[in-house]
Design a protein around this ligand. Sequence first.
Ligand code: TA6
Length: 288
Amino acid sequence: MSLPLSVTLGRTPSDLAYLDIDSALCQARVFLQGAQLVHFQPKGLKPLLWLSPLEDFARGRAIRGGVPVCWPWFGNNKPAAEAPAHGYARTSEWQLVDVEDQDGEIVIELALPAGAVPEAYWPHASELTMVMVLGKRARLVLSTDNTGTAPFTFTQALHSYFAVPDINQVSVRGLAGSHYLEFDEGPFEQQGPAVVRQEVDRMYSVEKPLQHIDTGEGLIAVAREGSRSLVLWNPWVEKAKALAQFPDDGFKTMVCLEAANIQADAVTLAPGERHSLVTEFYWASSQD
Ligand code: TA6
């Protein structure tokens, strides 16, 4: 496959392949494992995504940071105790289908190989593709196709880790009035902006398709399509110590805001149907 001039193929010492984008509009890095965007920096602006400094890119282990793909289930909403949290998409090697420069935006299409999820856990005929459009904004479109003859149900998330200078300065706008579940309790109503001053692991049911992370130094706009759930997560002190590839103080400089469909928002696809989950993020001006 020929690559646009602004795109190069690289490999880690652990032999994981990635695409590096250095265009007039942005710099970015996309791993074929997990179809995972791990770095995105619009030209002249700060990086938007957080990537663990402890990440050493072991094959078959989820990369800690960027935008992990959780599919065909989210968290521990899984078919068997021994099945991995967040499914198989983020630990599988995806096929690179196409890379194009479309008016300066780099468009990357990847596909999850058939059989990536063991049939015992996923006895369905399906296809999963990711299309990324990387320019001044990052737009990720995760599409599930039912290619079989029976309906199936799945949960999913684009588990975005955003970089912030200081979690104590962070607030998330656009959630006021929505309801959330947390630690199997609730629903609770969100009053005003959401802040993080302890471990937060909230599943919001929110129709509003645009939220803003006020980092204290800028506004990160996070837009969603095809998403009825939104997850806000920060492990805080104790859980940060227990997480793999996560520095003890990593909670201070990241926050996850995840376009999702989980729990009651699980998606059921009829034969021949397609569902797309979209997250789009960018540095917003205060007028946005
Ligand atoms: O999205 C929040 C969450 O489900 C948390 O409960 C925590 O488990 C986090 O995902 C990270 O999961 P991971 O398997 O990547 O360590």
